[in-house]
Ligand binder design. Structure first.
Ligand SMILES: Cc1ncc(COP(=O)(O)O)c(C=O)c1O
Length: 477
């Protein structure tokens, strides 16, 4: 690529060329070993004499920033990066971000570092249908569709919306037509779109406490006021929702992180609350495809007859989070606005993955995949549940949970601080899991642990739990 040098209205042309090449080195645009443009070419491009460029190059060579090899050209030297680093961007800029961003910590681990990985929210990489997916992505790349190279409908690929409508109808009893489905980059973008569609800065939104932290942070960044509402074994405690709340965000199929399923009575009470207060309900069904017994309870969206529930789905747990595919099902009254919000946000989700996923669902691969991973997850769920009841009875009380990708247990004696200490020690022994306190919103942190079984191989669970027990018995390990 040609190096950009701007000489418009400049006087000391050699000096300018020198300074701008130095800056390109400092900013990492020109890296050690890279070839500078030949003096003749650069001179022609900049419409200056060759001598002007040669003087600049000689200055660079004198400073040790470049080395010349006869017949080969002028190269950025290894020393250039070192000496230029001192002249990198100024430490501070004049711009200041809004203070809301100060409170949001960036994630730091992007790999699967632990030998025994019980972190929540991660599906199995081994069980992902890599071969089928590669075939479908290759197919989706065919000219005429992906390669048409034009922006697409903001609502998403029609084939995928129709496939999702059928899938949620069959598996979750959720009724939807393609017109009311918007494909998003994961559930997180669905929530962003909904917040923009339904709420204005200053509006109050209730979230579960303990709960999933990312949506709360998102809502706050959009200028909404979030309030944490207690959760018990029946799900969100509806009577605890304060007044003035315009919307509530809930995970009724498998509360995150407690793992409980919202009871039918609680669902009805939440719907009545929404009716009474003219509020919206955002139902996040992120891992509800996996159920291991117990009678399935109808989704809030299914029970809703007034059009107050928006259903959010994600393919992060049933497929992989790296696909960034999710969707929302809106009541018809807000579908157009939600699609407009998607349009102004990022126009449309990558067509490639949408087309591949549509074929994956349509060809029956998805249903087969769900059966296969569902059976594996059930086995892992049962092993962990049995062990928690049997081997951890003195330390932990398992909360009832028949769905999803994690189990949660409350500490019987340990404080939340002690659980954090155990978590940290355990990490040193190659064991990763989340303490319940990290899901706190505003109530006192709960002492307990959430154990995911998506990432850990079935054969590793027993040894992982043995280590965990050692950590609990010693209160440290
Ligand atoms: C409660 C909850 N909802 C949704 C998601 C999935 O979000 P996304 O689809 O943006 O990956 C997660 C992921 O951990 C989650 O815990």
């Amino acid at each position: 690529m040609d190096l950009h040098v701007n000489l418009v209205d400049r006087k000391d042309l050699s000096g300018e060329i020198y300074r701008q090449i130095r800056r390109a080195m400092a900013e990492g645009l020109l890296r050690p070993g890279e070839l500078l443009p030949p003096t003749r070419h650069l001179a022609r491009r900049l419409m200056v004499s060759r001598t002007t460029v040669t003087i600049a190059y000689e200055r660079l060579a004198a400073g040790g920033f470049v080395t010349s090899r006869i017949g080969a050209g002028t190269f950025v030297s290894d020393d250039a990066a070192r000496s230029s680093a001192l002249h990198r961007f100024p430490a501070e800029g004049a711009l200041r971000a809004r203070t809301v961003w100060d409170s949001i910590r960036l994630p730091t681990t992007f790999d699967r570092p632990a030998r025994y990985d019980f972190r929540t929210g991660l599906p199995s990489l081994e069980l992902f249908p890599h071969r089928a997916w590669q075939r479908l992505v290759r197919h989706a790349l065919r000219p005429g569709l992906f390669a048409a190279g034009v922006y697409q409908e903001p609502a998403g690929h029609r084939g995928l919306r129709e496939a999702i409508a059928r899938h949620v109808g069959m598996s979750r009893g959720v009724s939807a037509v393609a017109e009311n489905i918007t494909i998003t980059n994961g559930a997180q973008q669905a929530l962003d779109i909904l917040a923009r569609t339904l709420l204005a800065p200053g509006d109050r939104i209730a979230v579960e406490d303990p709960g999933y932290q990312l949506p709360r942070r998102l809502f706050e960044s959009l200028g909404l006021e979030t309030v944490g509402v207690r959760v018990d074994r029946d799900g969100l405690v509806v009577e605890a929702i304060p007044s003035g709340v315009r919307a509530v965000y809930v995970t009724p199929s498998h509360q995150y992180p407690l793992g409980v399923t919202m009871s039918l009575a609680r669902r009805q009470s939440l719907l009545s609350w929404a009716e009474r207060t003219n509020a919206a309900i955002i139902e996040d069904d992120y891992d509800g495809e996996f159920r291991f017994g117990g009678r399935p309870v109808d989704a809030l969206q299914t029970l809703d007859s007034a059009g107050r529930v928006v259903y959010v789905g994600s393919f992060s747990k049933v497929m992989l989070p790296t696909l960034r595919l999710g969707f929302l099902i809106t009541p018809p009254s807000i579908s157009r606005a939600a699609q407009a919000a998607k349009y102004v946000t990022d126009w449309n989700t990558s067509l490639l993955t949408q087309v591949a996923l549509a074929s994956f669902i349509e060809e029956g691969d998805f249903a087969r995949h769900l059966r296969r991973v569902g059976a594996a997850y059930q086995e892992r769920h049962d092993i962990i549940a049995d062990s928690l009841r049997r081997d951890f009875a003195d330390h932990l009380e398992l909360l009832p949970s028949n769905a999803g990708l994690h189990l949660t247990a409350l500490a019987r004696g340990a404080t939340s601080q002690e659980i954090i200490a155990i978590t940290q020690k355990a990490a040193g022994r190659g064991l990763a899991f989340h303490p319940l306190s990290m899901f706190t919103v505003e109530n006192a942190p709960l002492a307990g642990v959430a154990l995911g079984y998506g990432a850990i191989a079935t054969d590793d669970i027993e040894e992982g739990l043995r280590l965990l027990r050692a950590c609990f018995q010693a209160r440290t390990c």
